[in-house]
Design a protein around this ligand. Structure first.
Ligand SMILES: NC(=O)c1ccc[n+]([C@@H]2O[C@H](COP(=O)([O-])OP(=O)(O)OC[C@H]3O[C@@H](n4cnc5c(N)ncnc54)[C@H](O)[C@@H]3O)[C@@H](O)[C@H]2O)c1
Length: 309
């Protein structure tokens, strides 16, 4: 029950709606709730939550009291995350979703609205990395990475706003959208140009919607986060690729060099980013929108405009 109490602090608006109900609708208290009972609760929708930052964020949001919809293109890893959350006494469901497919988005959002009564938090997390010299990049590479990193965020924002406004039924309107950019969306680095360009796009992705949402007064906030190197499967892959390019004699040496780019003295962990997302998802940040949040262990300081390993 500790987690439920913590949730009241973190996920204020929706948990207050909870308290107003005839009976707190918390599944872990022992019985199946009806759709109506669950409709006052905060729901979070995480993309690419099968591993890494997305998986940790799904767990952190669930611990804070949200009903979490875990989605991923990889059914095996995504289902495992949802099962872990449910086994811990929180609530999650899994939906297969390819962020590049509009039909997947439409179906998922309609289901979230009909089963959970609406959407409060959307985390546009799914992303891919590509380490290659720019002259070796093919148009196919470009379409692949922009499809996931940019089309995905566009579609997520479009359908997220729909589910948080018109899609909502008995819930208060509004919500929080959090887009995963990167330090690579703020500064350029060699061999990552396609990734840099997509994450630069995601950096701006918070600004037009937040202006629009403010003008429409629909209660939706949009922010982006910009992590430094985080130790996830993607982070490990990046170290291997840079090692293959000769940035270190082996992965450990490359890791050491990359760590030195983070003045705080360590690489990030998925939990560091998940906690930042929890803040942006919750009412603790209710006056915060249109911001680019750096979670980089201060790594911008040593790089200026370009990152040299
Ligand atoms: N790890 C880092 O160092 C780092 C740093 C800065 C930003 N980021 C960003 O954070 C986000 C998460 O990174 P991560 O390190 O957890 O990555 P990861 O590779 O460990 O996990 C990414 C997840 O996205 C899913 N995914 C990929 N394509 C998909 C698609 N088309 N549809 C749905 N899901 C899809 C994968 O299956 C996987 O579960 C990404 O957007 C990444 O660019 C990561």
């Amino acid at each position: 029950m500790k987690a439920a109490r913590a949730a009241t602090g973190h996920l204020g608006r929706r948990t207050q709606a909870l308290r107003r109900g005839p009976e707190p609708a918390v599944r872990r208290r022992g019985r199946e709730e009806t759709a109506d009972e669950s409709s006052g609760r905060q729901s979070g929708f995480g993309l690419g939550s099968g591993q890494g930052i997305g998986a940790k964020t799904a767990e952190v949001l669930a611990e804070a009291g949200a009903v979490v919809v875990v989605t991923d293109i990889n059914e095996g890893t995504g289902k495992a995350v949802a099962e872990r959350i449910n086994a811990a006494g929180h609530r999650a469901l899994f939906l297969t979703l390819d962020v590049t497919q509009e039909a997947d988005w439409k179906a998922a959002m309609e289901r979230v609205c009909s089963e959970l009564g609406g959407l409060d938090v959307l985390v546009n997390n799914a992303g891919v990395e590509l380490i290659k010299p720019i002259a070796a990049l093919t148009l196919e590479d470009w379409h692949w990475i922009t499809g996931i990193n940019l089309d995905g965020v566009f579609l997520g924002t479009k359908y997220g706003i729909w589910a948080m406004t018109e899609g909502s039924t008995s819930r208060p309107k509004g919500g929080s959208i959090v887009n995963l950019s990167s330090i690579a969306g703020i500064i350029g680095s060699g061999f990552q140009s396609a990734y840099n360009m997509t994450k630069g796009g995601v950096r701006l992705s918070a600004n037009p919607p937040r202006t629009e949402c403010a003008a429409l007064q629909n209660g939706i906030r949009v922010n982006s986060v910009h992590p430094g190197v985080i130790q996830t499967p993607m982070g490990e892959h990046l170290l291997k690729e840079f090692t293959a390019l000769g940035f270190g004699a082996n992965v450990d040496e490359t890791r050491q060099r990359v760590r030195q780019l983070h003045p705080i003295g360590r690489l990030g962990e998925a939990i560091d980013v998940a906690k930042a997302i929890l803040y942006l998802a919750s009412d603790d940040s209710s006056f915060v929108t249109g911001r680019n949040w750096s979670w980089t262990g201060d790594s911008r300081r040593c790089e200026g405009e370009v990152c040299h390993l």
